[in-house]
Design a binder for this molecule. Structure first.
Ligand code: DX5
Ligand code: ZN
Length: 247
């Protein structure tokens, strides 16, 4: 029921809202990136994440062609799958991801992210990922405008906004990424879409608050988590960061 402005009850409700100043609190999903883990102790690292407050596992797949580095593929992911039931957020930094989508599904991927720069038929890639029963994500590099996503945004579950150039961990957060997050947040909110904004690269305990305040839903963190003295505590710290916005 809506109250008219001249209804005395309107003044009472407005007065209460003014005094209480209701706020919305935002906290992010935390997705540690195993790229920064100790591969010699991969099973222990996975179990540590499983026991931690981490929400997702972020798994970076690199082919040495789309990015100048090679990491790991579906075989390793299949081994990791045995250690946890938490969602696997698989970030494909590879050319021709359509050739491998099914294999990653079989290996245990829950979300599959492809790069806009690697997919001339992006809409088809998204449909393929969804038809395989995975959540579909698209990643954009630092040089790619947010506006390039407008015609596929309604098809997506996640946008992975790269805040470093993909290929390596431990790089510095590119400050311009904050305005890209804000721009994407506006687009998603204006259209009322249930798309998550994931920010990947150079996320630290220090800059996480600004990233969430700009509109991010998911924080990917590699070195910040795995190089810290107490990775579980760092994950909890990232998860506890709270940003309030007045209603
Ligand atoms: C970079 C990867 C990132 C990387 C993040 O190409 O996509 O997920 O692992 O690592 P940090 O958090 O160390 O920048
Ligand atoms: Zn990544």
């Amino acid at each position: 029921m809506w109250l008219r402005v001249n209804d005395p009850r309107y003044t009472i409700v407005a007065g209460f809202l003014f005094i209480l100043r209701p706020k919305l609190f935002y906290m992010a999903i935390v997705a540690p990136s195993l790229l920064a883990s100790n591969f010699l102790r991969l099973e222990e690292e996975c179990k540590m994440l499983n026991d931690s407050e981490a929400d997702w596992f972020h798994l970076d797949v690199m082919d040495g062609r789309f990015v100048p580095n090679i990491s790991y593929g579906p075989m390793i992911i299949e081994f990791m799958r045995k250690t946890t039931k938490k969602p696997f957020d698989v970030h494909l930094m590879i050319l021709e991801p359509e050739k491998f989508a099914e294999e990653f599904k079989k290996a245990g991927a829950d979300h599959l992210i492809v790069h806009i720069e690697a997919c001339p038929n992006l809409h088809r890639n998204i449909q393929q990922i969804k038809s395989l029963g995975m959540k579909a994500g698209v990643a954009i590099n630092p040089h790619t405008p947010v506006s390039f996503l407008t015609d596929v945004l309604q098809e997506l579950d996640t946008v992975c906004l790269m805040s470093v150039n993909p290929g390596y961990g431990a790089q510095k957060f590119i400050p311009h990424s904050l305005s890209k997050i804000r721009e994407l947040r506006k687009l998603i909110d204006n259209w009322n879409l249930p798309v998550l904004i994931e920010v990947d690269g150079g996320v630290t305990v220090e800059n996480a608050k600004d990233i969430i305040a700009a509109g991010a839903d998911v924080l990917v963190a590699g070195n910040t988590v795995f190089q810290s003295k107490d990775p579980k505590a760092t994950i909890s710290q990232l998860r506890a960061i709270e940003v309030s916005k007045a209603l």
